[in-house]
Design a protein around this ligand. Structure first.
Ligand SMILES: Nc1nc2c(c(=O)[nH]1)N[C@H]1C(S)=C(S)[C@@H](COP(=O)(O)OP(=O)(O)OC[C@H]3O[C@@H](n4cnc5c(=O)[nH]c(N)nc54)[C@H](O)[C@@H]3O)O[C@H]1N2
Ligand SMILES: Nc1nc2c(c(=O)[nH]1)N[C@H]1C(S)=C(S)[C@@H](COP(=O)(O)OP(=O)(O)OC[C@H]3O[C@@H](n4cnc5c(=O)[nH]c(N)nc54)[C@H](O)[C@@H]3O)O[C@H]1N2
Ligand code: SF4
Ligand SMILES: [Mo]
Length: 679
């Protein structure tokens, strides 16, 4: 028997990008454990990926190309050869392009793998050559980046690992213990040194329960809370005047602007008390270092970019960016740019703009008859939009269209793949080479394939090369090898060293103090509390609170009085991945609707009752769970579950709003209103 160990990196859309070690016996992966040399993940994986080998060898893995034999959505397919499947797809794409134009073809992908080359690389060139529509917007992270850049000129922020040096930690709209579990030990380290941990979240999450203080505002109202905090900081002169003078613009305008935002006014918007806001502002401004930690939870509101715009003003007012362990940490993705440039995958300019379609508007794009040209062919990989994208009922409706040709590359027969005309089998991270640029820490990870591809599955890059051949293209750049793609996108790193060690720190200073002495990426080089650029773009030049239109003060609230949260909830799910696997998502555990005792009582609902949750988009029948984790007027249906055994949709996203965020191209699925009744 031959045994070897292979270094890799988790590919999941998760901030932790853990290093792993696979043990392989006679070509079969038998064990997967965390790489103890990884400075961030420190030898641990997680309850999802501890069973990754079961996922790889699951009897449900798709191992051969399939063509549909039953109605769309029913999931009846038969096996075919690669040659035949490619021929069918190539013929249909040619026909579609000839008849309706290239823009009638839409590629849709997300970060099912966030590996550098397997997430998106050759596809960009191929779909440009076809002249297809371009996917724009972001389901995750774009709004947070753009909101931050409105104040700082880039989305650079602190090294999350420096949270360990903080004496005050504000976890604002992030559920660290669930979604970013390997950061928690660094928070605990700070705590042992006396740090106080405060969580601001409309839900009493596991993270909130573990904190010293939990502040529970109404969803989507944080900008008002921040304006109230700024009011207190300025009123009580808890400011770093020297920092403001040297490194910011617009302080006078901001002072005038927040003068009316008394803690009382902010408190009434947020459903808090003025004392809570006073106390929060004071503890934030007087403790040093004070570290704000956020990820993406709060971006999914109509005012999502404004959340980050306002948040980024706070450490400028207090000068907290001077301190190692201070400032704000969020996605570290922009730092990876020091060594990784995925722009090299972009196609040569075509000399004309291709139509852009926001990825969050998939349902609209598939159902809007006025679109010219209508979408006639759809390619999906690295995502399961029927479960994960808002207004999912509309997506289903679109995918049912007889005149739509759908191709899906997948590892499993997901709710989305069930609508495909042709399904291609995809490899997993154990079977493909990649480099992973983390967004939760500063380490690049190498992923060496540990085993040969199972069945006839192929990496996404190989699918694009095969498809390019089938379509009759000969351009060399469509056939670049995986190694060459990596070499062209990664610079300033010894790739052999990266491959042999499995990880390398990105080339940024060992002591990362991005804004200790200004250095902001704005036109003025300063943090822009008042932003000329925003004003020029027709947006508020100052941080401004706009309540959501689909919220308790909006026009729909009379019919639908309850705000619906649809959070990540399950330690064994990664978005919709794993919810179908036996060790991860026993169907009897969910989904459910969680509600406050007051909302339940006024509707005559008892714990465990079957209830219907509805709005104009959909109706879901779910068991009620009555708890004190929410507040009256706010209910929660956790997301991630596929449809039930009868094909009935169970995804929370059937109900969610696909209104876009204020800027940044994201989506406000957390501004959704519903009503609930027992049945
Ligand atoms: N176990 C597990 N881990 C995951 C994932 C998973 O599905 N499962 N998904 C991964 C992915 S793709 C991502 S992007 C990250 C996301 O990581 P996070 O951003 O930490 O995760 P979310 O759960 O989306 O949101 C965090 C919190 O924001 C809160 N929130 C929502 N609206 C508001 C608001 O208006 N104000 C405030 N203050 N808080 C609000 C939610 O209640 C939630 O508890 O997690 C990753 N990690
Ligand atoms: N209501 C609500 N909606 C949400 C969220 C929420 O918190 N609440 N979270 C949002 C967020 S932050 C995100 S990031 C999105 C995630 O949305 P999606 O990206 O759609 O997430 P997954 O459901 O994990 O789907 C990833 C799919 O990619 C496939 N895959 C993995 N690796 C590969 C590969 O190498 N090749 C191919 N071809 N396929 C592969 C997996 O099998 C899986 O089916 O969901 C968003 N939607
Ligand atoms: S899903 Fe996240 S926490 Fe789990 S192994 Fe992958 S990177 Fe680590
Ligand atoms: Mo995400």
């Amino acid at each position: 028997m031959t045994t070897k160990t292979v270094l890799g990196t988790c590919h999941h859309d998760c901030p932790d990008s853990c290093g792993w070690i696979a043990t392989v016996e006679d070509g079969v992966a038998v064990k997967l454990r965390g790489n103890p040399d990884h400075p961030f993940s420190q030898g641990e994986l997680c309850p999802k990926v501890n069973h990754f080998i079961d996922r790889v060898y699951s009897p449900d893995r798709l191992l051969h190309p399939l063509v549909r034999t039953g109605p769309k959505g029913e999931g009846r397919f038969e096996r075919t050869t690669w040659e035949q499947a490619l021929a069918v797809v190539a013929e249909r794409l040619h026909e579609t392009k000839d008849r309706w134009g290239g823009e009638s073809i839409l590629p849709w992908w997300d970060a099912g793998t966030q590996g550098l080359i397997q997430m998106s690389s050759l596809d960009r060139r191929l779909f440009a050559r076809i002249g297809a529509s371009q996917l724009t917007g972001s389901l995750c992270g774009g709004t947070a980046s753009d909101g931050t850049a409105s104040t700082y000129g880039s989305s650079h922020a602190a090294d999350p690992m420096d949270v360990r040096r903080a004496r005050f930690i504000l976890l604002w709209g992030t559920n660290t213990k669930l979604t970013n579990r390997h950061l928690w030990p660094f928070i605990e380290e700070a705590r042992r040194n006396g740090a106080e941990v405060v969580v601001i979240d409309p839900i009493q999450t596991a993270t909130a329960a573990a904190a010293d203080r939990h502040i529970q505002p109404l969803p989507g109202t944080d900008v008002a809370l921040m304006l109230g905090m700024m009011h207190v900081l300025i009123r009580d002169d808890l400011l770093d005047h020297d920092y403001l003078d040297q490194y910011s613009t617009g302080f006078e305008a901001l002072s005038e602007h927040v003068a009316g935002w008394t803690p009382e006014r902010a408190a009434s918007e947020c459903g808090l008390t003025a004392e809570v806001i006073e106390e929060l502002a004071r503890s934030y401004a007087t403790a040093r270092p004070a570290h704000i930690r956020t990820l993406i939870g709060a971006e999914h509101h109509e005012n999502g970019a404004m959340f980050f715009r306002a948040l980024t003003c706070l450490p400028v007012l207090t000068g907290s960016w001077r301190d190692l362990g201070g400032g704000i940490s969020k996605s570290t993705h922009s730092w990876a740019g020091a060594n990784v440039d995925d722009g090299v995958f972009d196609p040569e300019p075509l000399g004309r703009e291709r139509r852009g379609i926001n990825m969050n508007h998939l349902g609209r794009a598939l159902t809007d008859p006025s679109m010219d040209p209508r979408v006639r062919a759809l390619f999906v990989w690295n995502g399961n939009p029927v479960v994960t994208v808002p207004n999912a009922s509309l997506i289903r409706k679109g995918l049912e269209r007889d005149d739509l040709f759908t191709v899906v590359s997948e590892q499993f027969m997901t709710d989305t793949a069930r609508y495909a005309d042709v399904v291609f089998p995809a490899t997993t991270q154990l079977e493909q080479v990649d480099v992973v640029t983390a967004w939760g820490h500063l380490y690049l990870g190498w992923n060496e394939p540990a085993i040969a591809p199972l069945g006839e599955s192929v990496p996404n890059t190989e699918l694009w090369r095969r498809l390019a051949t089938a379509l009759g293209f000969e351009d060399e750049d469509l056939f670049e090898s995986d190694r060459s793609l990596i070499e062209s996108a990664v610079s300033g790193v010894d790739l052999d060293l990266l491959q042999s060690k499995g990880l390398v720190r990105v080339d940024v200073p060992a002591v990362l103090l991005p804004y200790a002495e200004g250095g902001f990426g704005t036109a003025s080089g300063r943090a822009e509390l008042y932003s000329e650029a925003m004003a020029a773009g027709g947006l508020d030049p100052l941080p401004t609170y706009h309540p959501p239109t689909e919220g308790p003060t909006g026009p729909l609230a009379e019919r639908y009085p309850l705000s619906l949260m649809t959070p990540k909830h399950h330690t064994r799910f990664l978005n919709s991945s794993y919810s179908h696997l036996p060790k991860h998502g026993p169907k009897e555990n969910g989904p459910f609707v969680e509600m406050d005792p007051a909302d339940a009582e006024s509707r005559g609902i008892s714990n465990g009752d079957k209830v219907v949750v509805w709005n104009d988009r959909a109706r879901l029948t779910l068991p009620a769970v009555i708890s004190d984790r929410l507040r009256p007027g706010v209910v929660s249906v956790p997301f991630g579950w596929w449809s039930d055994d009868h094909g009935e949709p169970m995804t929370a996203n059937s109900l969610t709003s696909d209104t876009l965020t204020d800027w940044g191209g994201g989506v406000a699925y957390l501004d959704t209103l519903v009503e609930i009744a027992s049945i």
